[in-house]
Design a protein around this ligand. Structure first.
Ligand SMILES: C[C@H](O)[C@H](O)[C@H]1CNC2=NC(N)=NC(=O)C2=N1
Length: 96
């Protein structure tokens, strides 16, 4: 059973994710991505979808034209967990 990160572990994790914002109300992390076009945004979403399926861990997200808003939290834990941190790092490694 995955657990929510406690304060100290969360702070340490956030230090490694400078492009992500902590959402205290949701106990989640968010990041907005912008692309040159809708097709580029959708291509990014396809890559993230494959990562998410592989990890069995899925983002809450929305797409408007060339923008993708990603929110990561762990429903099974009721908040931010190491699974979100791992997926965020993988998304960062896509190099957008
Ligand atoms: C059964 C399945 O493993 C779970 O429902 C997974 C699927 N994807 C998930 N994604 C996210 N973000 N949080 C979860 O708790 C979660 N649980």
């Amino acid at each position: 059973m995955v657990e929510r990160l406690k304060k100290k572990a969360r702070s340490a994790a956030l230090q490694e994710l400078p492009d992500w914002t902590y959402d205290k109300g949701r106990d989640a992390i968010t990041r907005q991505f912008k692309f040159a076009s809708f097709v580029a945004a959708f291509g990014f979403m396809s890559k993230v979808a494959l990562l998410a399926e592989k990890a069995d861990h899925h983002p809450e997200w929305s797409n408007v034209y060339n923008r993708v808003d990603v929110l990561l939290t762990t429903h099974d834990a009721g908040g931010l967990s190491e699974r979100d941190v791992a997926l965020a790092k993988e998304i960062d490694q896509l190099g957008v």
